[in-house]
Structure formats: C-alpha cells, structure tokens
Design a protein around this ligand. Structure first.
Ligand code: HEM
Ligand SMILES: *[C@@H]1O[C@H](CO)[C@@H](O)[C@H](O)[C@H]1NC(C)=O
Ligand SMILES: *[C@@H]1O[C@H](CO)[C@@H](O)[C@H](O)[C@H]1NC(C)=O
Ligand SMILES: *[C@@H]1O[C@H](CO)[C@@H](O)[C@H](O)[C@H]1NC(C)=O
Ligand SMILES: *[C@@H]1O[C@H](CO)[C@@H](O)[C@H](O)[C@H]1NC(C)=O
Length: 516
C-alpha cells in the first residue's frame, strides 16, 4: 500500500524532475563524452523493496560491460556510474570525504527520521562527530565491551538450550534471536542499558527499529523526497510516528544518563561522547546530535553484525567439508571461551576469523556502496561533472582472478586453491613450514572493502568482528549445528544492507564435552 502510493507520487515526480533537468541544461556545461558502455535504461528500482538483489544485477552487468572498470546505467531514472575495478574505485576514494560524499538522498532520508549522526554527516560536522564517536569504538574501548558481549551471548545460548531440552529435534529459526542479541549488545555498549530482549523478547523496540530501517531505505532510493511534502509527507510511510517513538526513547536515555552518571556508565559509548564533548569545551555536540548518533549506532551496528553472524552460522551448518569440527577443535584449545579477552579471540581463532572474513567478502551486508561528488572528478583521465552518482561494486572487485605478490592486488586463493568467486571458509589461511596455520587479513589491495575505506571507514569494525567471534564460539561450544531438513534455498536480498532472503533454520544438538 505504502509502496503503491509512493510509486504514484514517484511517477509524477519523475516527470517534474525530467522537465527541470531539460530546462537546466542551458546553464550547465554539456558533459564530455566518456568512453564507457551504457547499459540501457532498466526499470528495476521499484523492486528494491521486494526481493530483487540489485547487487547481483549490477555484478551481472559488470561481467558483461565492465572491462574498462566503469559503465553507466540508470536506476529509478537516475544515472549512475557503476565502478567495478579496484583501480577505478581507488581513484575516487582518494577524494573522500570532502569531494566524494555520501548520497544526498541518503543523508536527507537518514536525517528525516532523526538519525542525524556520524553516518550521514558531511564536512565539518562529520569531522567533529568522527572525533567524538570513533574513539569510543577503538581497540582500547572494545576491549572493555567484550564482557558485555559475553553476557548477551551466554543468554542466547541458555535460551536455545532450554528450547532444546524440551524438544531435542526442534528446528530453531535463528534470525530474530540474533537481531535481538545485536540490539542488546549495542544498548549495553552505547549506554549501559541492559534491555535483555534476548530473554524477554523485543517487544515494540525491535519491530519499530526494523520498520524505521525499511522507511530509511525507501526514502533513500526514491528519487523524489515525498516525505518533504508539507503536512502529509511524513505520514505517507508512517515515518512520523516511528520517528517520534525512537527519538523520545533516545532522548530519555540521554537525559537519564546525564542526570545519573555512575562509574559503570562512563565506560560506554554515550559516556565517552559526553566526556569528549566536555573536553572540546565548546559543547560541540548538541542534544539532537547525541540522539541522532545513538540511533545511528543502532542503525549501523545491529543489522549489519546480525546478518553477518547469521550467514556465518548458515555456512557452518551447510558445510560438508568438516569445517565445524576444525572450528570446534581450534576453539577448544583456547584457555577459556567464556572469559577470553579481545586479544585471545583475535589471536587464537585463525580458522574462525577466515570464515568470518569470507562471509563478509561474499555474503556480507555491504556488497555495493553509493556516493556522489560535489566537485568534478576524474576517472582514467575522463572528467565527470559535479552531482554525479556512483555505485562501487565492493564485492565484485574482490573477484579478480590471480593474486599478485608484488602489488598485493587480487584475492588470495587460500589453502585449498579455491577460485575467487567461490565461497571458501579457509581462504584467509596460510600454513607455514611447521604446519602452523595463521590468518591473513584481506586488505584494500585484495579489493576488500566490506567496511568501506579511508577516513570514513566503519569505526565499528573491531566491535563487529569480536561480537561475531564471541557469539560463534559460545554457540559452537555448546551445540553441533546443522541445517534443518529440506531447508529452503538461501539467496541474498539487498535493502539498505544485504541479508538472507529467508529465515535460517537450524537443528542444534547439545555437545557432551565442553571446555571450562
Ligand atoms: C559486519 C558489521 C558491519 C559492517 C559490514 C559495516 C560496514 C560499514 C560500511 C561499509 C560503512 C561505510 C564506510 C564508508 O563510508 O566508507 C560503515 C560506516 C559506519 N559504521 Fe559500520 N559496519 C558494521 C558494523 C558496525 C558497528 C557494530 C557499528 C557501531 C556500533 C558501526 C558503526 C558505523 C558508523 C558510525 C559508520 C559511519 C562512519 C562515518 O561515516 O565516518 N558499524 N560501516
Ligand atoms: C538545476 O540546477 C541548479 C543549479 O545548477 C540545481 O541547484 C538544481 O538542483 C537543478 N535542478 C534540477 C531539477 O536538476
Ligand atoms: C541511577 O542509576 C542506577 C543504576 O544504573 C539506578 O539504580 C538508579 O535508580 C538511577 N537513579 C536515578 C535517579 O535515575
Ligand atoms: C561536563 O562539564 C560540566 C561543566 O563544564 C560538568 O558540570 C559536568 O559534570 C561534565 N560532565 C561530564 C560527564 O563530565
Ligand atoms: C547448501 O550448499 C549447497 C552447495 O554445497 C547448495 O547447493 C545448497 O543450495 C545449500 N543449501 C541451502 C539450503 O541453501
């Protein structure tokens, strides 16, 4: 219903925009001819809300038309330069964050529902926010968050154990519980609030957040800003009510926090934000931005991490090469899983990390990435005018056959010499002469950009990784997992982030032996 309304508005809007564009041509310099192929107009955009995978479509075209690293296409009537080689992407990346910016549609959509934080900030606001937000997610602070993650992971395992005790053959659909886990972790890390939705259920909050992200997505991809129409705009998709709900909630969190600073709370994201804000002396972050940044944390940090963790469990469950045993053996050699610290998770689990990075590379939440430019930019010597849209094919560019030791370009084939477009949980492993296995982290040179790149790289990447490692070790230590029989085939869908099309259903058998 919402989509239908929006589609109608959209059609009216497109005619308007196209009309204006024609009138604008006289004032603009005609764009120089570029040598890149143009993939004919295809009206696929409207399917974004459904199960189409826009990343798959663009990657298919890249195989066909992407030899020069760039091709043009139109999505929802907007022209895009699709960038599909590492070389072309790196030319544009150098111009971030000031010349190459986030897409204004995305910024406007995020801000319209109250998520005006680091993710949607530009220029000086971004610089200030980044200085305040990013340190709270650095190595030293993530170390302190590990016990909070362990608390939530313990609860998830306990919840599933209870269900299995009642019925050992039960099939558990894991997606929702994993989202709730990620929400619990973020609220503990962000403002020391123990929502414990894993045990008590998400109630309104998780469905509100889910709806909010959907609306953010729709508002981002629609070429007209229907939500800015006076009076009715914000109601068309139900965004106004949801925004009020979450903004009030976050506002209360900040108020409570400011009025009641305890020792424990200062070791949180919000505590650090307030502290850093105080240090700069000019009270540079307003209440509105505190709230916006809290929402941004939920937005950027919950579904991405949850989706990656879910796909890791899926790959382990559907593996037929003995992966689960290898992983179990590796984690059994840790002194303790439940009390390990950050460095132990990062150093003792090369096989698990390799799996996680391969999932991030091929089944991760961010296979494509859109930006635009506020000044003319060059690719391979061709100038592209201001206000153009770009789509980076982050996943596709890791699929460059052959790895070159001298330049470090191209993706490693790994222990099993697996072709780069195939999934291989052991890809990021290296074996030295005495048989020791170690983890080789994928680099920009190998095309890996799941967490973005440069100055705007995801500040939550270390938190995300350790969160995934903690949950996987807690789960695999307790259960031997397999896919439920006749499991529907899993495909990936792209919304704001990419995720599995279906619930993942697992059968979990309790393990008899355990460490610690
Ligand atoms: C597997 C999990 C995650 C993935 C794949 C991911 C991916 C990304 C990507 C691709 C970007 C854009 C980077 C760019 O502009 O080049 C980003 C930005 C960001 N992420 Fe993450 N992220 C994840 C988890 C998290 C977590 C757990 C948090 C925080 C709790 C977080 C917070 C942020 C923030 C605040 C930004 C905006 C940074 C800026 O614009 O300066 N992310 N993330
Ligand atoms: C027309 O051009 C002006 C300035 O060049 C720009 O601000 C405006 O957004 C353009 N309008 C459309 C519909 O492209
Ligand atoms: C302050 O925080 C503590 C623990 O988080 C809580 O028990 C107490 O009720 C709070 N006090 C007020 C006035 O909110
Ligand atoms: C911030 O600074 C003000 C005064 O400058 C002080 O009253 C307040 O306690 C400080 N808050 C924190 C969390 O340090
Ligand atoms: C499990 O993996 C096989 C390939 O090994 C694949 O063909 C199959 O579709 C996967 N199962 C599901 C349920 O996706």
């Amino acid at each position: 219903m919402i989509l239908l309304l929006i589609s109608l508005l959209l059609l009216a809007g497109v005619i308007f925009v196209e009309f204006n564009r024609k009138n604008n041509k006289t004032t603009k310099q005609p764009p120089k001819r570029n040598p890149w192929p143009k993939v004919p107009n295809v009206f696929i955009g409207i399917k974004l809300g459904s199960k189409a995978n826009i990343a798959d479509i663009l990657e298919g075209w890249a195989k066909q038309y992407g030899q020069q690293g760039v091709f043009e296409t139109r999505l929802l009537f907007q022209r895009f330069y699709v960038i599909c080689s590492e070389k072309a992407i790196s030319q544009l990346e150098q111009k971030r964050p000031y010349v190459i910016t986030r897409r204004k549609n995305l910024v406007s959509a995020f801000n319209s529902i109250g998520a005006n934080g680091l993710f949607s900030a530009e220029g000086d606001t971004w610089k200030k926010d980044r200085r305040i937000v990013a340190p709270s997610l650095n190595h030293k602070n993530v170390e302190k968050y590990v016990t909070k993650i362990q608390l939530v992971a313990g609860r998830l395992v306990e919840k599933w154990s209870k269900v299995i005790d009642k019925d050992p053959d039960i099939q558990i659909a894991i997606n929702d519980d994993i989202i709730l886990s990620a929400v619990d972790v973020i609220s503990l890390v962000a403002f020391a609030k123990d929502l414990n939705t894993v045990t008590h259920g998400g109630g309104e909050l998780s469905s509100v957040l889910a709806k909010l992200f959907e609306i953010m997505m729709i508002r981002t991809v629609m070429p007209i800003k229907y939500y800015k129409i006076p009076i009715i705009g914000q109601h068309l998709d139900g965004g106004k009510k949801l925004k009020k709900y979450v903004v009030d909630l976050m506002q209360n969190v900040v108020d409570d926090f400011k009025n009641n600073v305890s020792e424990d709370k200062s070791a949180t994201f919000l505590g650090r934000m307030i502290e850093f804000n105080n240090k700069t002396g000019d009270d540079s972050m307003s209440m509105e931005r505190f709230v916006g940044n809290l929402l941004t944390m939920f937005g950027a940090g919950s579904e991405t991490t949850a989706s990656t963790l879910t796909m890791c469990l899926y790959e382990i469950a559907n593996d037929t090469t003995g992966l689960q045993n290898e992983l179990y053996k590796e984690m059994s050699q840790m002194v303790s899983i439940v009390n390990a610290d950050l460095d132990a998770y990062f150093t003792c689990l090369p096989r698990l990390r390799s799996l996680v990075y391969e999932v991030l590379r091929l089944k991760g939440p961010t296979p494509i990435f859109g930006v635009e430019n506020v000044e003319p930019v060059e690719i391979n010597g061709v100038t592209i005018p201001t206000g153009s849209y770009f789509m980076f094919l982050h996943k596709y560019i890791t699929e460059v056959e052959s790895f070159d030791e001298t330049t470090g370009k191209g993706t490693r084939r790994g222990l099993l010499n697996t072709p780069i477009h195939e999934f291989c949980a052991r890809r990021c492993l290296k074996q030295d002469e005495d048989g020791q296995i170690s983890f080789v982290k994928p680099t920009y040179g190998t095309g890996f950009r799941t967490f973005g790149s440069g100055l705007r790289i995801c500040p939550g990447k270390e938190l995300a990784e350790v969160e995934i490692l903690v949950f996987l070790t807690f789960i695999l230590r307790e259960f031997e997992i397999s896919l439920s029989p006749n499991h529907p085939k899993i495909t990936m869908v792209t919304q704001l982030a990419q995720r599995a099309s279906e619930d993942i259903c697992l059968i979990m058998k309790k393990r008899k032996t355990k460490d610690s």
